[in-house]
Design a protein. Structure first.
Length: 290
């Protein structure tokens, strides 16, 4: 048995060296690896890195030139809980991309080229808690049921995008939502958006940078913060009639007038018939008496 002061046996040193070499070999090129973490930040990678250890829990791909996330390669990382793909070139081919990483809790897709979010984009991320899709300037549409399966979602950021409208049910039906970023978007404060603004003022959700959640259109409401916009919209939308409303009221009035005229005519005819019938009966009674 060797004493503590003596050098380690060559066999143990060899095995230790092989283990370290194996860890280095399993780490993707130009990335750094720690226990259960792979960090490839700012390496100008043109594509998703190969040879990522299968037990990786945290994968950071921020500040690269990745334009596509391969669903098959991602599915090998079944234990992944944290994925940062911010500041890349990802576009709209993300539907069913995350089908194999159902344990994902944190997903950052900010500073990319997303233009829409559909139901299929995040439908399989049943454990998702934090989702950042801010700073996608071309993001103009989020489907009504885009987050229907993400019931654990607590933090959602859609700030600084091209959004002009967001259906109220898209966020209202998320039972655990506590943080919602909406600032510096191109919100169109029309009557159809009034329901969403009302939900904002009544909900318990926190809206960071609230001073920058303002209307972009119409011109008369530009730069107006949401609470003030709600008051003006409520007055305009609930008291002001539009062309369609006047047409509807005219039709209703015509129907009422026609129905009233028809009822009056029918009542008059009935009265005349009754009068004739009564007169004839009286004449017959007088004849019988004579």
């Amino acid at each position: 048995m060797s004493s503590p002061g003596r050098p380690r046996p060559l066999g143990l040193m060899f095995l230790f060296g092989m283990g370290m070499a194996s860890e280095r070999i399993n780490c993707p090129s130009r990335c750094s690896c720690q226990y259960l973490e792979v960090n490839c930040t700012g390496q100008q990678l043109p594509e998703f890195p190969a040879a990522i250890p299968l037990d990786t829990r945290q994968l950071i791909l921020a500040a690269n030139n990745i334009s596509y996330l391969p669903a098959v390669e991602l599915s090998f990382l079944a234990d992944l809980v944290y994925l940062d793909c911010s500041k890349n070139l990802l576009g709209d081919d993300l539907d069913f991309t995350f089908i194999g990483v159902a344990k994902l809790v944190y997903l950052d897709l900010s500073f990319n080229n997303l233009t829409q979010v559909t139901f299929g984009t995040f439908a399989h991320l049943l454990s998702l808690v934090v989702l950042k899709i801010s700073d996608n300037p071309n993001l103009v549409a989020i489907e009504k049921d885009a987050f229907a399966n993400n019931t654990w979602l607590r933090h959602l950021d859609v700030s600084r995008t091209g959004l002009t409208f967001l259906d109220t049910s898209t966020v209202r039906d998320l039972p655990n939502l506590r943080f919602l970023g909406l600032s510096d978007n191109l919100w169109h404060c029309s009557c159809s958006f009034l329901d969403f603004i009302t939900w904002m003022t009544e909900s318990n959700v926190h809206f960071p940078d609230a001073d920058h959640i303002t209307c972009y259109t119409p011109q008369g409401l530009r730069a107006l913060r949401m609470p003030a916009a709600e008051a003006q919209l409520r007055f305009a939308c609930l008291t002001q009639l539009h062309k369609q409303d006047y047409i509807f009221l005219c039709l209703v009035g015509f129907c009422i007038f026609f129905a009233g005229t028809a009822a009056a005519w029918l009542a008059g005819v009935c009265a005349v018939i009754y009068e004739l019938h009564t007169s004839k009966r009286e004449e017959e009674e007088e004849e019988e008496e004579d």
